[in-house]
Design a binder for this molecule. Structure first.
Ligand code: NDP
Length: 676
């Protein structure tokens, strides 16, 4: 196979400069694999292109428009993934490994695009939390908003996930509206390049959304500004170097880091050989050691098992690891490919050798070269190291072997295991295999502040559980301390990395205008016709209906109780109700009030309102007694497009009694057709 040239994609064009090249060899057979070229375009020009063209082209779109594009990119990559799988083998990945990288990346785009359309407004800013009452009469309120940074995202990615690593960061920055410069790790950048080519050739992304640098960043970080963000994945050593860049420090430039992590796996004391959880645990440990040849930031590095089952566990793991077939990942019978490069192999073997001071190799060889067919390649065997003195050992809690190797320890009790896990100084993930809920709680809460994620598996979850090592787009990825102390993904939380939160204080009208969401206390609009007769497109934020008044009778309450079967004493028994501190006597059911409210505001005829899809934040604030009169305010709070034909309208609903006291409040959701 001829060498693959990897070029930069800068200022909307592929830059070919063969004078500066870095060569890379195949990890499978040591042949020439790729040449990474370095562009001569200066950093200021690269940044200026993203700033001048990218910010505007992305930020003139709202969240939903950007989400639509990201979904289309996912569909496009899905159609082209066979070509990516073929290249992925050359990084040393088996097809199963590629599913994690390629399908995992595409899935992340899909999930985040969908979550943005469901959870964020069709807007240019996002609202964070509820309105804060800052004044007695409600004329001065507070609201937090997130707005996109007017800057550039610099993504510095690790070699191990050339597609997922790029897409998990890129989806968030682009959804936020921030143009991105992707610095791929040179060794596997040929695969990232193939993905970028598919995306750029489709012209799906707005102008200048992305630039791609597979080689050196040169002095680019020195020219970043206060609105820029650097998001890094890689070794703690590089992380420290980048974090210490004087320009980043001087301007307090946001720095997100996912770096070294000594992730743990704990077998509960309730689990003995032969139990379901025992099998789940063994399977997971072997999978974590061998998938991607252990080159996963989330892979299990430290295994903790009760002392009583330590011997059996080591034996069972040895048996399973013995069966792992190491070889050319193109061969479907192979379970584990090589490491990414011979330098990574040297790094792994050096670290295993350092750890030999404190551990004994139970399976695997740190000298795989004896087998001739692996000479000059990046293959290593899966390795299990046993540490008999976890408390007095230090290196095992400090050195991350970024390959198919993990250390195993015996523990006496949960307090000891908690102390040992914490010596990793902060991890991306720890897993617990146990069916004992008390133990699960003790371990989870004991470990929470030292871990980004806690993964629990047992017989209840085993059929649908996604695995220790899989960061999911819905859940936060990132750990405290040495793991980088940052957060990525976590649904729309990851998008906020590229936005700034501002506290806005002012009148209800000012806040409604800024957020494009009607806030209680703001002016209302007269829709002239019943708002249920107006299409989604013609409804205006603030359109309000004030209903007629309805008197609630004792007969209504008794009838509702008989009809529904809800004969709770507060509605049925005058004396008992009076004893209750909340009620003056028999009162109307809250659900009766909500039902009467619908009767007061609904327009019965077929029209643009297609369905009532739910209520949010329903609160009953004052009891309603027989003889009280209620009326309803129905106001359009917000609108979100959903499909090609209809969108979601959220309505502010308030029920007042004859004294103008609020008796109930909620948000009503309906699906409304765009046109009549
Ligand atoms: P590195 O930290 O060496 O590199 C990560 C990224 O940073 C790469 O894109 C690299 O580019 C880039 N880079 C390196 N130096 C600089 C610099 N001075 N300025 C700007 N960018 C820079 O990690 P690797 O990907 O090579 O992996 C090496 C080790 O990192 C692994 O063996 C493992 O221990 C650890 N690692 C940990 C991860 C985790 O989250 N736990 C994830 C991945 C790696 P280039 O590759 O082109 O030099």
């Amino acid at each position: 196979m001829s060498e693959i040239y990897v070029n930069s994609y800068i200022k909307g064009e592929w830059q070919i400069n063969e004078t500066k090249k870095i060569p890379f060899l195949s990890p499978i057979d040591g042949s020439k694999l790729s040449q990474v070229t370095q562009s001569d375009i200066c950093s200021k020009e690269i940044l200026a292109f993203s700033r001048k063209e990218g910010i505007e082209s992305l930020q003139e779109l709202n969240f939903h428009q950007r989400a639509k594009i990201i979904k289309q990119v996912a569909i496009l990559l899905d159609k082209n993934k066979e070509a990516l799988y073929n290249l992925s083998y050359l990084t040393g990945a088996t097809l199963k490994d590629s599913y994690l990288d390629i399908d995992g990346g595409i899935g992340t785009l899909r999930v985040l695009a969908s979550k943005v359309r469901k959870e964020m407004g069709e807007n240019y800013i996002d609202i964070d939390g509820e309105t804060e009452m800052l004044s007695r009469n409600g004329t001065f309120l507070g609201k937090h908003i997130f707005s996109p940074l007017k800057g550039v995202a610099i993504h510095i990615n690790a070699f191990n996930f050339p597609i997922w690593g790029m897409l998990e960061k890129l989806s968030c920055s682009l959804l936020a509206g921030v143009p991105t410069i992707i610095k791929a790790s040179a060794s596997t950048s040929f695969l990232t390049q193939a993905c970028i080519k598919i995306i750029t050739e489709s012209n799906l992304l707005p102008k200048a959304s992305i630039q791609f640098i597979p080689g050196n960043l040169n002095n680019l970080l020195d020219f970043l500004n206060v609105q820029d963000v650097v998001s890094f994945t890689g070794s703690a050593e590089t992380g420290i170097k980048i974090r210490a860049n004087p320009n980043l420090i001087k301007k307090s430039i946001k720095f997100i880091a996912e770096q070294d992590s000594l992730n743990s796996c704990i077998l509960g004391q309730d689990v003995t050989p032969g139990k379901l959880e025992w099998d789940l645990f063994l399977k997971e440990v072997v999978n974590e050691i061998t998938s991607k040849a252990g080159q996963k930031c989330t892979a299990i590095r430290r295994i903790f098992v009760p002392e009583e089952v330590l011997k059996d566990t080591i034996e069972a793991l040895r048996e399973k690891l013995k069966k792992i077939k190491v070889g050319d990942p193109h061969d479907p019978k192979i379970n584990m490919g090589p490491l990414v490069s011979s330098s990574q192999k040297n790094d792994v073997l050096k670290k295993v050798s350092l750890l030999s001071e404190e551990t004994k190799l139970m399976i695997g060889s740190d000298n795989f070269e004896n087998d001739k067919k692996f000479k000059g390649t990046a293959f290593v065997e899966p390795m299990l190291m046993y540490c008999s003195e976890p408390k007095s050992s230090n290196l095992v809690h400090d050195i991350e072997v970024f390959g198919p190797a993990a250390a195993i320890f015996g523990y006496k009790n949960y307090s000891e295991v908690l102390d040992l896990v914490k010596r990793g100084q902060g991890s991306l993930v720890s897993s617990i295999f146990s069916a004992d809920l008390e133990a699960i709680k003790i371990l989870s809460l004991g470990l929470a502040s030292f871990n980004g994620r806690i993964y629990i598996n047992n017989k209840d979850s085993m059929h649908e559980s996604t695995g220790h090592g899989s960061p999911l787009p819905h859940m936060k990825h990132g750990g405290p301390g040495r793991a980088g102390n940052s957060e990525e993904l976590g649904g729309i939380r990851g998008i906020y990395n590229y936005m700034h939160r501002t506290a806005i204080q002012g009148s209800p009208n000012a806040l409604s205008k800024i957020t494009e969401t009607w806030i209680e206390g703001s002016d209302t609009l007269d829709p002239k016709v019943h708002p249920f007769k107006k299409s989604f497109n013609s409804l205006k934020i603030g359109d309000t209906l004030i209903s007629k008044t309805k008197e609630i009778s004792m007969n209504d309450i008794s009838h509702f109780a008989e009809f529904t079967g809800d004969k709770f004493y507060a509605h049925m028994d005058e004396e008992a109700a009076k004893q209750n501190p909340f009620f003056p006597g028999r009162v109307a059911h809250g659900y009766l009030l909500v039902s009467f409210a619908a009767g007061l505001f609904v327009d019965p005829d077929p029209g643009p309102v297609l369905a009532n899809t739910g209520l949010r934040n329903l609160s009953f604030q004052k009891p309603v007694s027989p003889g009280d009169k209620i009326k309803v305010q129905l106001t359009v709070k917000n609108k979100k497009r959903r499909t090609d034909t209809y969108g979601e309208v959220s309505w502010f609903v308030k029920l007042e009694n004859q004294e103008k006291d609020t008796v109930a409040k909620y948000e009503l959701l309906t699906m409304n057709a765009y046109s009549l």
